[in-house]
Write a protein that binds this ligand. Sequence first.
Ligand code: SGN
Ligand code: CA
Length: 521
Amino acid sequence: ACVLLVFGCKESNKVVENNRTEGLSEERPNVIYIMADDLATQAISAYGGIYKDIAPTPNIDKLAQEGMLFQDVLCTNAICGPSRAAILTGNYSNKNGYYKNESGGKFDDSQWTFPQEFQKQGYQTSLFGKWHLGTEPKGFNVFKYHNSAGQQGHYWDPVYNENGVDVKEKGYATNLSTDFALNWLDKERKKEAPFLMVLQYKAPHRPWEPDKKYENLWEDVEMPYPTTFNDNYAGRELTAGDTEMTMDYFSRRDMKFKEPENLTGREKIAWAFYGAKPGEVVQPVGMGDEEGKKWRYQTYIKDYLACVKSVDDNIGRVLKYLEANNLEDNTIIVLTSDQGFYLGDHGFFDKRFIYEESLRMPFIMKYPGVIKSGSVNSDIITNIDFAPTLLDLANIKTSQQMQGRSFKPVLEGNTPEDWQQGMYYHYYEFPYWHHVQPHYGIRTKKYTLAHFYYNIDVWELYDLEKDPHQMHNIINDPQYANVIGSLKKELKTLMIKYENNRPLADFRAITDADFGSIVDK
Ligand code: SGN
Ligand code: CA
């Protein structure tokens, strides 16, 4: 395949029409897949929201202006490893086997993944940044991934595994991962072949450590509060009301308390994580409850948004590189996150719930000539649809079975008539971290219906048109009896379709399969 590509097409990677070989057609665009970790749509100014003026993201916004911004890309299991596994395989957790982060297990890497297919079809492939599947990445000519803290990585002086060897680097992770990526683009890859570059930032994941230059960006500013900041969880006491992800659960490390000197390894961990358990609250001495809650939110949101600022800056570097090297026209750029995140919404941080802010993934795609610039789409798309779409756009045919479906027609502005009108969600991890009850459910344009089942039996229904902030669980409202009936039917149909229509005991057994604990970290 590479030989063909040399034909006068250097950087454009277009195979000359009459030199086609089987399996290849004329378009061989490059792909840059950028995924931040725990990046919420609320933190991206292109999506609007309360921080858009105070903490704008101009480079991500530029991508949106030149491409398509997706309003309803949803995560099938809103947590890191499981989402990544779903993205790589195009399959739900129950098919790819990676249900939970804290399984102590590993992604079954004997499975097909989309980067392997790109590589097989003659693409130069690379991965930089976070991998977090407990394995060594497959399908990449070159990789350099975060290999400390259980592959969560560190913000400062992180250890990366570079093609099988651990290397400790000096500097700030978001900048470093971009340096490695740009270096590969510029100096290392074979320029006669098209490329797939996967660039996955650790930021803005916990513990939200900003680059030095952004540490005090908003010192004198009081950040706005989300509408649902003071949610009292009425009608959801056993679900949203029984978590360890409210403003009460920030640790000393999160709140940037200064570590005492002379602590031993174990003591350091105990000190840093104080606050993350029930009953432990971290705030300056003398602060009252309400003031303390606000103070914790302010510390958190400023650090979080400062981490996002570095992500945005570094995306700007990538865009500049493409521009300067005449790579813009034939390169697809994706910007997404492994799931959404709560930025004080419902009084939370973290993710996991089917509730909107963690379910919704930022997703922006640019592909000049194919995607109309400045377009916005609101079809329901999920993270298992990414792999088939990218392969489709690269004209790679595969016999691999994926549960996801290509949304290439959506990108071209022609949503198929039979496109999905609802999506199936299922989260399995419990109780660590954050004590969120395992649940499954269906999300349509109008409703969210969920069943929380581990050691409770609670159904919830939200009317997204009347109650977009999901404050009113209307499962017992007789007016919705018919709606509930038909949603339950649709949910069942999806569970059968995705081969996950199993007894609750089976799901609970998945949750119970061994998991790590706070101390192990
Ligand atoms: C760590 C975090 C949790 C977070 C999980 C999962 N705790 O355990 O807050 O929910 O990662 O994140 S920390 O204090 O150790 O940072 S994920 O991105 O891997 O899903
Ligand atoms: Ca994540």
